[in-house]
Design a protein around this ligand. Structure first.
Ligand code: HEC
Length: 154
């Protein structure tokens, strides 16, 4: 009896998931990629105030954030950007159709973020000046891609 109940519960969970998918195509992929973006923003939010002098530089905290940012920049998200998950097709998506269009250089812009985050990871624990020098290019790489492929206010 218990086994049947468990099986039924599992089926109900499955049914729930597929209904949600029909309501909002690619809901899980969009949630996941936005969550990874938010995770990157959280690390930038640790480092930015140190760079601006609003928070005292702390080598250990800076290194931890830079390590986490590099990890979140190098994670393979290629399966999280399926065709048809653009902001014209799905309300919760903030990704412009241009990202999938002919001539899109989103891959190169992603690589620019990885390169900048790699340099930041090497520098962040080495003093405030080193952090400052390496921080700007990462913010620039985020902003570059957003300007091209993220819906304003999306
Ligand atoms: C290669 C392109 C690219 C790079 C590089 C990039 N982003 Fe994004 N980002 C996007 C796109 C596209 C979206 C919209 C995704 C969506 O809503 O489906 C987005 C959305 C976001 C969001 C909003 C997420 C949400 O909850 O809706 C945040 C925050 C964010 N990015 C932060 C960052 C930070 C910080 C960096 C750099 C460390 C960064 N991004 C680098 C393309 C990029």
């Amino acid at each position: 009896m218990k086994r049947i109940l468990l099986a039924t519960a599992a089926l109900a969970m499955f049914a729930g998931a597929s209904v949600a998918d029909e309501d909002e195509p690619f809901e899980m992929q969009i949630d996941a990629r936005q969550g990874i973006m938010d995770y990157r923003a959280i690390q930038m939010g640790v480092l930015g105030p140190m760079v601006k002098g609003e928070v005292e530089y702390n080598a250990e905290a800076a290194q931890k954030a830079a390590d986490a940012l590099l990890a979140a920049s190098t994670i393979d998200t290629s399966m999280l950007w399926p065709q048809g998950s653009d902001s014209d097709a799905v309300a919760s998506s903030g990704a412009l159709p241009a990202l999938w269009a002919e001539g899109s250089d989103a891959g190169a812009k992603g690589q620019a973020m990885v390169d900048a985050a790699t340099a930041l990871q090497a520098a962040a624990g080495g003093g405030l000046d080193a952090l400052k020098a390496a921080f700007g290019p990462v913010g620039g790489a985020c902003g570059d891609c957003h300007k091209a492929y993220r819906k304003p206010n999306g």
